[in-house]
Ligand binder design. Structure first.
Ligand code: AQP
Length: 329
């Protein structure tokens, strides 16, 4: 039997190359070796305010993006989180097994609540529990994520073990699957912070929807260092190392081969070549996204089928969880 994989992405407007390299490329690769369940986590996205019309567009755009990068609904289950109400139900149950202090220590919550202040929703606080529910509902063995989600995944594992200690073998304890390279793509304007769609400046990230000129300019402006050598050294040359990671992910070339190609050339040449490479790779993808978005009926049919398959897995699992906990009739 193939191992099951679960992962999700928020439909919050843009998908950036950090999401693509850190998570989506692994999602695509795992389709041939695992039983994959992939989800557009719209309930996670409403932990911060959303305009309903733009939000709905973003959900469809995210689905089109997943299909365009290579998620195949014939191989994987692809659906929208809110189409399967069992996610919210299990989140409530898991809430009753997690302590306030544990959620208060989540670094993502600390960072985001520091920005939102009094406007921080209870949902943002509870976000990791909904994520735990997503994963545990499907009995996933592996969860491909970027490094930023490691702490949330550790909490999921802890919750599963805690519930299992009272209700033996109720949940599979999942492992994080973190790729060897690109698990933490850093901001182009600041290599000390991760590339993030909520960054204060759009120079931080390359969106999958950026135009060729935007892509070229963002790489041109990307920070480097006072040295000139195109060389990988995370400690001493974090900005250049980040650009090399991106180059490697988009070209498929190992980093040492890229270093060799750019020996004796300066950062200007390297960043120009990187810009052209990413433009060349993203253009067909962008066309596929635009084409898919014109096929609203086809998208709807894919999502309806995905939701049905996900519900077929989730409903009996929830029934069993309720029974084991002694809930209901
Ligand atoms: N910079 C990154 N490098 C590598 N992987 C990353 N991921 C996110 N940022 C990077 C991974 O992308 C997947 C989907 O992420 P998400 O939609 O749940 O958003 P997120 O983790 O909150 O990160 P974002 O997209 O940058 O948003 P904000 O601005 O909210 O932090 C996840 O597997 C994530 O690990």
């Amino acid at each position: 039997m193939k191992k099951r994989v679960f992962s999700g992405i928020q439909p919050t407007g843009i998908v950036h190359i950090g999401n693509y390299i850190g998570a989506l490329k692994n999602w695509v690769a795992m389709q041939d070796t695992h039983d994959c369940v992939y989800c557009v986590v719209d309930l996670h996205a409403i932990t911060v305010p959303q305009d309903p019309v733009a939000f709905h567009e973003n959900i469809l755009r995210t689905v089109a993006t997943l299909l365009a990068v290579g998620i195949d609904p014939k191989k994987s289950i692809l659906f929208i989180q809110s189409d399967v109400p069992e996610h919210s139900e299990l989140a409530w149950i898991l809430n009753c097994f997690v302590y306030f202090g544990e959620l208060s220590r989540m670094t993502q919550f600390k960072d985001k609540s520091a920005v939102r202040g009094q406007g921080t929703s209870v949902g943002l606080f509870d976000y990791p529990i909904l994520m735990a529910a997503d994963i545990l509902l499907y009995g996933a063995h592996e969860v491909p994520v970027g490094e930023d989600q490691k702490q949330h995944l550790e909490l999921t594992r802890e919750v599963a073990r805690r519930v299992n200690s009272k209700f033996p073998n109720l949940f599979v304890v999942p492992d994080a699957y973190i790729g060897k390279m690109g698990a933490r793509v850093m901001g182009l304007d600041d290599p000390s912070v991760k590339m993030s769609k909520t960054a204060s400046s759009d120079s931080n990230y390359i969106s999958l929807a950026d135009t060729p000129d935007q892509i070229r300019n963002k790489f041109k402006r990307a920070v480097t260092d006072s040295d000139t050598a195109v060389r990988y050294d995370e400690d001493k040359k974090p900005a250049v190392s980040n650009l090399l990671t991106i180059y490697s992910a988009f070209s498929g070339q190992p980093v040492d081969a890229i270093e060799k190609d750019f020996t004796g050339k300066g950062y200007g040449d390297f960043k120009k070549a990187l810009g052209e490479l990413v433009v060349e790779k993203l253009q067909p993808l962008q066309k596929r996204i635009a084409d898919l978005l014109k096929e609203k009926q086809e998208l709807d049919a894919i999502l309806a089928e995905g939701a049905q398959k996900a519900r077929d897995l989730a409903a009996p699992r929830m029934k069993e969880i309720r029974r084991r906990l002694g809930l209901g009739r």
